[in-house]
Ligand binder design. Structure first.
Ligand code: ATP
Ligand code: MG
Length: 193
């Protein structure tokens, strides 16, 4: 049975009205921040949306999601590891190469936000690089706030900056209740990488 024109118009209007790009932050010390972003990406791809994940720290370790994203198709879900592993050990100063890679990743991400190709962009571990002053929080928040209206953005990583939390629409803090690491169990394939 055809939908009456008035009802169709209301449905279309409601659908359009609901296309509000969200700024989402997954933070906290418990496990699940990056995997939560990946789950959201998986859901978005199922809705025919295009997703980009820019990874600030990762680069040297091969995570399962890199191959899983390829299986979905690079034009649907692209993951760009743009770091080279851990950037700081203890209180060591930031190496210029890590700073350069971080700036490159941010410049690329900012370009992609403006480019209109993606419906969801994930900045994985961006909270970590902001926390280490490798990116200026005010510049990041300004660029995120100025992004195109329908674009969803997810920022992950521990210790989200209060300015980012303030600017966000949705913030979830992962709380550690138990983690196998404390019992000496190391990272597991398919669960941690
Ligand atoms: P995941 O990628 O599994 O969702 P995450 O993004 O929440 O984890 P990160 O802070 O990015 O966590 O840390 C990455 C790695 O550290 C992962 O291998 C994860 O299993 C591990 N990890 C996360 N939380 C904890 C914790 N509370 N104790 C020990 N290891 C952890
Ligand atoms: Mg993570």
């Amino acid at each position: 049975m055809p939908i009456p024109a008035r009802l169709a118009a209301v449905i279309l209007w409601r659908t359009m009205a609901e296309q509000k790009g969200l700024l989402i932050v997954y933070t906290g010390p418990g496990k699940g921040k990056t995997t939560c972003a990946l789950g959201t990406a998986f859901r978005a791809v199922g809705q025919g949306m295009r997703v980009l994940m820019v990874q600030f720290i990762k680069g040297s370790w091969h995570y399962g999601e890199l191959d899983a994203a390829k299986m979905l198709g690079d034009d649907r879900f692209e993951i760009r590891p743009m770091g080279r592993g851990f950037v700081k050990v203890g209180g060591a100063p930031t190496e210029p190469e890590d700073l350069r890679l971080c700036e490159e990743a941010w410049a690329f991400g900012r370009e992609q936000m403006a480019g209109g190709r993606y419906d969801l962009i994930v900045f994985d571990e961006i909270n970590y690089v902001i926390g280490y002053h490798m990116l200026d929080v005010e510049k990041v928040v300004a660029a995120l706030t100025a992004r195109p209206e329908p674009l969803h953005v997810i920022c992950t990583g521990r210790n989200a900056h209060p300015r980012l939390v303030e600017a966000a629409d949705l913030v979830t803090e992962m709380r550690e209740v138990k983690h196998p690491y404390t019992s000496g169990i190391l990272a597991q394939r398919g669960i941690d990488y």
